[in-house]
Design a protein around this ligand. Sequence first.
Ligand SMILES: Nc1ncnc2c1ncn2[C@@H]1O[C@H](COP(=O)(O)OP(=O)(O)OP(=O)(O)O)[C@@H](O)[C@H]1O
Length: 338
Amino acid sequence: MSIAELIWVEKYRPSRIDDIIDQEEVKERVKQLLKTGNMPHMLFYGPPGTGKTTMALAIARELYGDAWRENVLELNASDERGITTIRERVKEFARTAPMGKAPYKLIILDEADNMTSDAQQALRRMMEMYANVTRFILIANYVSRIIDPIQSRCAMFRFSPLPKDAVLGRLRDIASREGVKVTDEALEAIWDISQGDMRKAINTLQAATATAREITPEVVYKTVGYIEPKDIVDLVNIALNGDFIRARDKLRTLMYEHGVSGTEILRVIQRQIMSGAINVPDEAKVEIAETAADIDYRLTEGSDEEIQLSAFLARLMLIGKKYGLVTGKETKAPAKKR
Ligand SMILES: Nc1ncnc2c1ncn2[C@@H]1O[C@H](COP(=O)(O)OP(=O)(O)OP(=O)(O)O)[C@@H](O)[C@H]1O
């Protein structure tokens, strides 16, 4: 078995443009451009794990068929030692003629936004110098870090974070092909971790399968070393209910036994408030969110974590009192499916 078959992100990387999930607008425009036979330089930008490299490789297959490897130079701007090595490699690559029907070869340059602007100026000259025999596909996370003269020489394509149903659909599909049992709650947990980053989602699923044959939220969070959101929701509810001592004990357990950082606790609280898992009136949500932001800032300034988080719990207690939130209820772990 090759490495590509062992690593699921590679094994399940779509090889044709039409098989790329979502990114409909990008797919349409790319197909139109390929039809004209006169492909411009391209700049793909957007968050990680959304299909930029996958699209670049699918274009290569479309252009050259089986001979794509000989016609493509893949470079990573962060790995190459400076613009001089990039220049040498491009020069060497552009010396030989393309094989197959396309009259040019393809250079895929990943992490182009990590190049200094001087290096990007040199890159721009290379793009001009070799324009008759090569086309560049530049890949970046942040388009604002790419200098204007390069932007103006490229057709620009924005990749969006993938929507939840697309990510979960793909994960279900992979799990069934791999014979892995994964509960709906576990898929939710993976989404909580990956959001619209498909690489992270698939990697998390694969890593979780190394630990257990049936994937549950507990397995997922444990695999990535994250805390389960329900523990944090409980912590917040205990504090809102006015039981400060118990909330502080739970906080200590989370911090010292599970090794969760204060920042991580605040991050999860913010997200759980937004998702509605912490069930309080909107005014209280605003106050909690503001308090969390305030505490987060103090942590970045180097304040003691336990003191700050304890102060946060005390503020939650006051908010709970103000809005009459004494419910006596704690969330329970979702019932396990049989
Ligand atoms: N739109 C998509 N459709 C199907 N699979 C995808 C998609 N986007 C990402 N993937 C999966 O995630 C893996 C990584 O995607 P890809 O290398 O294209 O990300 P990228 O956008 O280039 O990220 P980076 O900015 O980190 O380079 C792919 O191998 C594939 O398995």
